[in-house]
Ligand binder design. Structure first.
Ligand SMILES: NC(=O)c1ccc[n+]([C@@H]2O[C@H](COP(=O)([O-])OP(=O)(O)OC[C@H]3O[C@@H](n4cnc5c(N)ncnc54)[C@H](O)[C@@H]3O)[C@@H](O)[C@H]2O)c1
Ligand SMILES: [Zn+2]
Ligand SMILES: [Zn+2]
Length: 374
């Protein structure tokens, strides 16, 4: 079938993208789903910093690539081996497909699936196939999804069936921002009731971490960003203290305000200066967690002795250390009970044709989540 898709043709284009237009809206040929694949109609997709990182070269990926990975939609057709989904089911896309058979999958850590990671790096679906073409040219998939498209063919293991009573634009957030931010707090860090928390970088992932920390019973939540709009939004969502990390003394100020730092600090900006702040404001015996995906050459350094003499912990968190089939329904239940109001993260709606402009807005750090509605 023919579909309209957003195809990244050039990495490292000049900004603003609204002028350089590195993403072209093109009509592509989409193959039918193979045996363990599913054809979905995308109903809503959101813009994530990880898409932007492919555009600006921080996450090197093969082009041309049909971008987008945070999305929700409806099942239209299923491959012969798919037995647990049917046309009409609502689904959320997850940006790491898991094979269920490799070492990490067997250990219950599907976020680290080896085949999923290899397929994502290569720009293929989990089984190695590519279903998007333009005449003789094959278009790479983004994170097994390629969601900025009217329809997508994905591996069965890239989607989670959800309840039909959550609107698509809200459901979309759960496949990346929410699972990553909330999961970092409750899975990777497993914060304790009453503990103190900082979140550095208040985009879709950081604000989800903030809401996760509230839901998990943090007592004090310090929100940090370089953008005043974000600090205001964090305060509205329940942050107890906000700090602008453009201030060169921010680490000292936060340490002083919190009596020596926080139990947990989450770095959710994907930037070395944010990581330095997060490590600097974690207290003795505390834990620093990062979800950041910076350029592979970026290095972060810290005083080696602090790990030992202060019993500090430094952890990375990918896909919120989640088991998506377990965690997405849990987080959606909390959302429906008003205990995880992630819909407040949605700040803008755009059309597919406005996607380049949408990434200009995201890059400026002015929005939380920008949704493309189909
Ligand atoms: N670990 C994972 O599984 C996973 C999943 C999704 C996204 N990510 C990564 O997480 C990061 C955040 O993603 P997002 O979509 O929420 O990004 P975003 O662009 O929506 O938000 C980033 C925020 O960080 C702020 N920021 C930038 N530099 C800062 C600094 N020095 N100090 C404080 N704040 C700063 C920006 O103003 C912005 O508010 C990115 O690196 C992204 O690639 C990781
Ligand atoms: Zn994402
Ligand atoms: Zn696996």
């Amino acid at each position: 079938m023919q579909v309209k898709s957003a195809v990244l043709r050039e990495i490292g284009a000049s900004v603003p993208y609204e002028e350089s237009q590195p993403i072209k809206i093109e009509t592509l040929e989409l193959d039918s789903p193979e045996k363990d694949e599913v054809l979905i109609q995308i109903k809503a997709a959101s813009l994530c910093h990880s898409d932007l990182s492919v555009m600006n070269g921080s996450r090197p990926r093969p082009v041309p690539m049909a971008l987008g990975h945070e999305a929700a939609g409806v099942v239209v057709d299923i491959g012969q081996e798919v037995t647990d989904l049917e046309p009409g089911d609502h689904v959320v896309c997850v940006f790491v497909p898991s094979c269920g058979q490799c070492g990490p999958c067997r250990e219950g850590r599907p976020a680290l699936c080896e085949r999923g990671a290899a397929a994502n790096t290569a720009g293929t679906l989990l089984g190695g196939g590519q279903r998007l073409h333009k005449e003789s040219e094959t278009i790479n998939h983004h994170l097994g999804v390629s969601a900025f498209s009217e329809y997508a063919v994905v591996s069965r293991n890239s989607i989670i069936k959800i309840s039909k009573d959550i609107p698509f634009e809200k459901a979309a957030l759960f496949g990346c921002a929410v699972i990553t931010g909330v999961g970092a707090v409750v899975n990777t860090a497993s914060i304790k009731l009453g503990s103190t928390v900082a979140v550095v970088g208040l985009g879709g992932v950081g604000l989800s971490a903030l809401l996760g920390a509230i839901a998990a019973g943090a007592s004090r939540i310090v929100a940090v960003d370089i953008n005043e709009t974000k600090l205001k939004q964090a305060k509205e969502l329940g942050a107890t203290d906000v700090f602008n990390s453009k201030d060169p003394n921010v680490i000292e100020q936060i340490r002083q305000a919190t009596g020596g730092g926080l139990d947990y600090a989450f770095e959710t900006a994907g930037a070395v200066p944010a990581m330095e702040v997060a490590y600097g404001i974690t207290k003795r015996g505390g834990t620093t967690v990062t979800t950041g995906l910076p350029h592979p050459e970026h290095q972060f350094s810290f005083p080696y002795v602090s790990l030992t003499a202060e019993e500090r912990t430094l952890k990375g968190s990918y896909l919120g250390s989640c088991v998506p089939s377990r965690d997405i329904p849990r987080y959606m239940n909390l959302f429906q009970e008003d205990r995880l109001p992630v819909d407040k993260l949605i700040t803008d709606f755009i059309t597919l044709d406005e996607v380049n402009k949408g990434f200009d807005i995201l890059a400026k750090g002015e929005s939380s989540r920008i949704i493309i509605k189909f």
